[in-house]
Design a binder for this molecule. Structure first.
Ligand SMILES: *Cc1c(COP(=O)(O)O)cnc(C)c1O
Length: 357
């Protein structure tokens, strides 16, 4: 038996969803396929509270992180950094050769609307990048409030790495005014890895039309992806198994109810924080703790690598810190298809294991 996943991606996948991925393929230029994609896209739009575009991508989320900056900036990108993943977005921007400025806060802290306002008022930017849920530190940034600030600058688009937040916490794309929110499906969507989705606002699509092909490249050109999407197709052969999986998962999400799903995540997060707050301390700044994963610091001074190893020997995979925080923090995911009974279970086993260290 494989260890149950309590790491922040890939996350636990239920058997019903796994089974859905194993269906016999369709021809991707057939009416049956178009029906599949159109149902999936309609379902994702409901989940993201948007009537604008949703694109599906056969790539991990990093593909869309690169696509976003290549498709959406003509002038200068403001990259807001608060941990390892938002730092990666800044690095991607640099590698793509785009003009940029990086605004970093100490890890564990949130990016704030005030910080964004100050940065935008002082420079000539046309794109903001930020992370919704910083998976390395367990910080959830105040997206709604930041979007409000960005929207007060008419030429500036807002691109959000929502990889570990989407489907665990609400993202109201149209109401909040988010131009692009991307996620891969192996986090709170709770599918196996290899596929990603993004919302795309009408004005973001218009921006992409003005960007030269040489900057956008071929595979991730939003105009090309959107054009195929209008016919409920993709420009090239998609991962059809993931579309089957998403259709099944969307049905399950509908049965649970979106609000109930988000509420379940809130309750699991609260339970995990209460379990370890005193003993370990939370790495995230108070008031900005994530609802999909918790990052503990190590007040207790235990051997975190040994802890993760001991948990693995009992068939539970937890994460011993990411990037610069390896060995200094440990993280527990409470997202996707994990439920309170799973959380109670892993916390009990953690208690037992910690006694033996
Ligand atoms: C996991 C993660 C990524 C990377 O996603 P891939 O699907 O591995 O490309 C990016 N950003 C955040 C916030 C993540 O949690």
């Amino acid at each position: 038996m494989k260890p149950k996943l309590f790491i922040p991606g890939p996350t636990h996948v239920d058997q019903e969803v796994l089974d859905a991925l194993a269906q016999y393929p369709l021809g991707h230029r057939t009416a049956d396929y178009r029906e599949l994609q159109s149902k999936v896209v309609a379902g994702i739009k409901e989940c993201l509270y948007t009537d604008q575009s949703v694109l599906v991508s056969t790539s991990s989320a990093t593909g869309l992180m690169e696509a976003g900056v290549r498709n959406l900036s003509r002038k200068k990108v403001a990259n807001f950094v608060c941990g390892a993943f938002s730092k990666k977005q800044a690095a991607i921007t640099k590698v793509c050769g785009l003009d940029q400025e990086i605004f970093e806060v100490p890890w564990g802290q949130a990016t704030t609307p005030e910080q964004v306002d100050q940065a935008l008022s002082a420079g000539d930017y046309d794109l903001v990048t930020m992370v919704f849920n910083e998976t390395s530190t367990g910080v959830m940034n105040p997206l709604k409030e930041i979007a409000e600030v960005v929207n007060s600058y008419p030429d500036v688009l807002l691109m959000v790495d929502a990889v570990s937040g989407m489907m665990g916490s609400p993202i109201k794309i149209d109401e909040w005014g988010v131009d692009m929110a991307l996620a891969s499906v192996q986090k709170a969507w709770a599918l196996p890895p290899g596929f990603s989705v993004t919302s795309l606002s009408d004005r973001a699509l218009e921006r992409s039309k003005t960007i030269p092909d040489a900057q956008k490249g071929f595979y991730f050109d939003f105009v090309r992806m959107h054009k195929a999407g209008e016919k409920s197709e993709t420009p090239v052969t998609p991962s059809i198994p993931h579309l089957y999986g998403l259709l099944t998962q969307l049905g399950r999400i509908k049965s649970e109810g979106l609000e109930n799903r988000f509420d379940r995540h809130k309750k699991m997060a609260k339970r995990v924080r209460e379990w370890g707050q005193e003993r370990f301390g939370l790495y995230a700044q108070p008031g900005y703790e994530s609802d999909t994963l918790t990052c503990f610091s190590n007040k207790a001074g235990i051997d975190l690598i040994a802890l993760a190893d001991a948990m693995k020997s009992k068939n539970y995979l937890i994460s011993g810190g990411y990037g610069d925080l390896k060995g200094k923090t440990f993280r527990l995911a409470h997202m996707g298809d994990l439920h309170m009974t799973d959380i109670d279970d892993v916390l009990n086993v953690l208690d037992e294991v910690i006694e033996t260290l």
